[in-house]
Design a protein around this ligand. Structure first.
Ligand code: AKG
Ligand code: FE2
Length: 209
């Protein structure tokens, strides 16, 4: 019998008011270990400041943003200009588009150097991502906990996923509207983890300040 669904090998996770799909072992065209090494040494990693309540801090991780030429994107309070796609990132984008049936024109790369690096509770709900964004999140390197918390319903327990190397998590539907997510720092020591979030930034919705 032929496959009727493109997301045949994805697991649907139960998330009230959101949609999460998990591919545990997607075909990425290379091993997760090889991809990790390539991205760890090959991306243009930077540590960037963030302004919170008027105070400037350095973010507790490294970042790099790659996108189609001409796009800009505002996150963490800063307007970013993109780097040009590397061949490796472009190939990954193509694979993930084929797998998910979604289109992406940018990827935000985050590197958690060790267990002390983290990402605070947030939603990827910038206006330029549109109303119900599809975000494809690929994890490489050390396993870290990814936690989702419903914005308003205290009766729903937070969801805790251990994202191991090579797993692809898709957030879609109303996930960003109803839930926030984080990668907490942890006491157990660990080495570096890279996460790529492929996104579609709507050029017509980009703010210019
Ligand atoms: O590192 C992760 O798994 C999450 C990254 C994330 O939430 C983001 O880039 O917006
Ligand atoms: Fe996020």
């Amino acid at each position: 019998m032929s496959d009727l669904f493109a997301c045949d090998d994805a697991e649907h996770l139960d998330l009230p008011g959101g949609e999460l799909l998990l591919y545990r072992d997607p075909d990425l065209g290379a091993s997760a270990a090889a991809l990790f090494d390539e991205l760890h040494s090959g991306l243009d990693w930077r540590q960037e400041p963030i302004t919170l309540f008027g105070k400037r801090y350095m973010q507790p991780r490294l970042l790099a943003w790659y996108a189609d030429a001409g796009l800009s994107y505002r996150y963490s309070g800063i307007q970013h200009q993109p780097l040009a796609w590397t061949p490796g990132l472009a190939a990954l984008r193509e694979r993930i588009e084929m797998l998910t049936g979604a289109s992406f024109n940018s990827v935000l790369a985050n590197q958690y150097r060790d267990h002390r690096d983290s990402m605070g509770l947030h939603a990827d709900d910038e206006p330029e991502l549109g109303q119900r964004p599809v975000i494809a999140s690929l994890s490489l390197g050390e396993e870290r906990v990814f936690r989702l918390k419903h914005r308003t319903r205290r009766d729903i327990k937070p969801l805790r996923l251990a994202l191991s190397s090579g797993t692809l998590l898709i957030m879609r539907g109303d996930t960003q509207k109803n839930w926030r997510h984080e990668v907490p720092k942890q006491t157990k020591t660990c080495g570096p983890r890279i996460n790529l979030t492929f996104r579609y930034v709507h050029p017509e919705l980009v703010r210019n300040n």
